[in-house]
Design a protein around this ligand. Sequence first.
Ligand SMILES: *[C@@H]1O[C@H](CO)[C@@H](O)[C@H](O)[C@H]1NC(C)=O
Ligand SMILES: *[C@@H]1O[C@H](CO)[C@@H](O)[C@H](O)[C@H]1NC(C)=O
Ligand SMILES: *[C@@H]1O[C@H](CO)[C@@H](O)[C@H](O)[C@H]1NC(C)=O
Ligand SMILES: *[C@@H]1O[C@H](CO)[C@@H](O)[C@H](O)[C@H]1NC(C)=O
Length: 596
Amino acid sequence: MWRFVLYSVLALSVLQGSFAQFSDVFDEELFIKPLPDRFVYSYFQFTTRWELGKNDSLLHTNLVSRPLAELFHHFGVQELRLSFTYGLWRYERWGYPVTDAGPGAEVWAWFDPTADRASVDRRWKMLCGTLSGLFCASLSFIDQSNTFEPAYSLRPQTHHFPGQGEPILRYAALPREIVCTENLTPWAKLLPCRSREGMVSLLVPDSVYASNYHSLGVHMRKLCADAHCSEFQLEVKQTVNVVQDLRLFGGPNWSIRKLFGQGMDGSCALASTSNVYVDVTDNTYDVSQKPDETIQSVRGGARTELHRYDVKHFEMVMAKGRRALFNVAVMDKRDPNVVIVAGPPPISAKRFILGVGQERGKIVTQITNNHWGPLDLVVFENIPWFVPIYLHTLTVRHGEGKIKPAFMHYTPGVQRERPYGLEVGLRIPPRATVELSIDFDYIFLKWQEYPPDANHGHYIPSSIISLLLPSARNYTSVPREASLFRESFNATQLSGYFLQLRTESLLLTLPTPDFSMPYNVICLACTVVALAFGPIHNISTKRIVAKGKEAAKASLSEKVKQFFRITSDEEREQEEEQRAKEAAATAEDLNAPDTE
Ligand SMILES: *[C@@H]1O[C@H](CO)[C@@H](O)[C@H](O)[C@H]1NC(C)=O
Ligand SMILES: *[C@@H]1O[C@H](CO)[C@@H](O)[C@H](O)[C@H]1NC(C)=O
Ligand SMILES: *[C@@H]1O[C@H](CO)[C@@H](O)[C@H](O)[C@H]1NC(C)=O
Ligand SMILES: *[C@@H]1O[C@H](CO)[C@@H](O)[C@H](O)[C@H]1NC(C)=O
């Protein structure tokens, strides 16, 4: 805590020294890490920190975008986290990301404490509605029936404000949300340099959305700026995680330009620092550009080596000469025929559905501990109201034996009103896999409750596993009290490294009524009506008109023909017959239906 305070005080004094007029700073960072199996992980972090005096209004912003500051002003939020993710992070092969997020959209907020829970619910609803508009997402579908209030898994990452109680949490996940350019564009517009300048210019939708995994995030929090908390700091972190498969880029050699379609023109003019870090720990790469600095970081027993490239410095050098794009190219020195299998990270998890038929099923979460010591963790299963679970069937199996949960927090769900929230605290023995399973029923929904594509199935959001890792192996997150990525270098935390894992979200096929039946019935009925209509209309509107003499009259052309033709009697007879036939035909024609 004291280090914390010291940090803030230090930061404050530095800031006040250099920025007399504006008390906000903006930093952009990019961290690139080649992953073991020929994937590349890029992490962008755009951080704005704004010192707020007691008299400053959240509505007079400088670098922080006003819509974001207004959220804090209007809804009494202390901390807000929002993510839009596509794909699945593969912990076993890729280690841990800097910021973790579940598939689809995820949002959670900590509100100022108040006794009036209804007002919190109202503010939460309005907050989600506002975010929905701000990011063009379907967050407005969040309501009481899919909002959770976990007690242990999510903890606030802000200071405890003096004279205030515990802030109030609301959490919701929409695993079905599809992330696309229309989320990235408004997200980028919230940055000080918009989407034109600086690192954000690398985030071309083409390359981001062609990746294997990408996650957009916004994390905002209100911090104390000094020990007495008389002044605040508003920290806005906008992050992007992208994982790209190098096989799609024609081999193991890569460069920033190759990955993102273009180099960087320069840094954002409003940024105080603009750094690119390339992880070169494995030392199996040749990096073309000379780094501005080589950083050694030792954190919780794990050693990392990074090259730092200062984009501001690059710009300064370039300003003298020709105009160029910033780029870093990396050549792989490894034998392309050798397949590298990464060692497993300390902990990983999987989730799936078991069972046959459409009556009873079982949700199983499998957690593997590869660490040499036991690990204590909390599993948060967020289960929607349409998946009724039976708490008495909860079992935690380790091989043949069973493990007794250390504690449990269960909020029973109510159909159409409240989801099932289950938090289980466990201790996993070293080098073991445990299986947490719970039974559920498949239920019938009302017909309007099925999504438009009913046979696609229903999603169950991913469960969250939270723990404190004893070592920082495969761990890249920024410490809780720090803001910037560079503050994670040498940041050994004796209390442990807080980690959150998210499992797969599940797709559940609930019994679905035959929605095609009404369609078939309508089609059939329409066909019958159409077939019946023609003849009936015909019969009821047909008039029989006698056309005697007029029809028998020869036409003008025939008269002319007759005049020129020399005909025998026989022929005349035949002609007579012919004429009679024609007359009959004309009469029929006139009687033909006039409906067509
Ligand atoms: C803040 O406002 C109060 C009254 O409105 C005033 O007395 C005080 O001097 C102001 N503080 C600063 C730092 O401007
Ligand atoms: C981290 O610690 C090591 C050894 O203590 C030191 O050599 C290195 O410069 C430090 N790195 C940073 C970024 O401070
Ligand atoms: C990658 O770079 C290395 C070293 O320069 C080179 O030998 C190799 O041919 C390159 N591979 C491809 C696929 O271009
Ligand atoms: C995790 O870290 C260890 C040791 O640093 C390394 O050998 C292993 O490959 C890493 N695993 C992943 C998946 O990154």
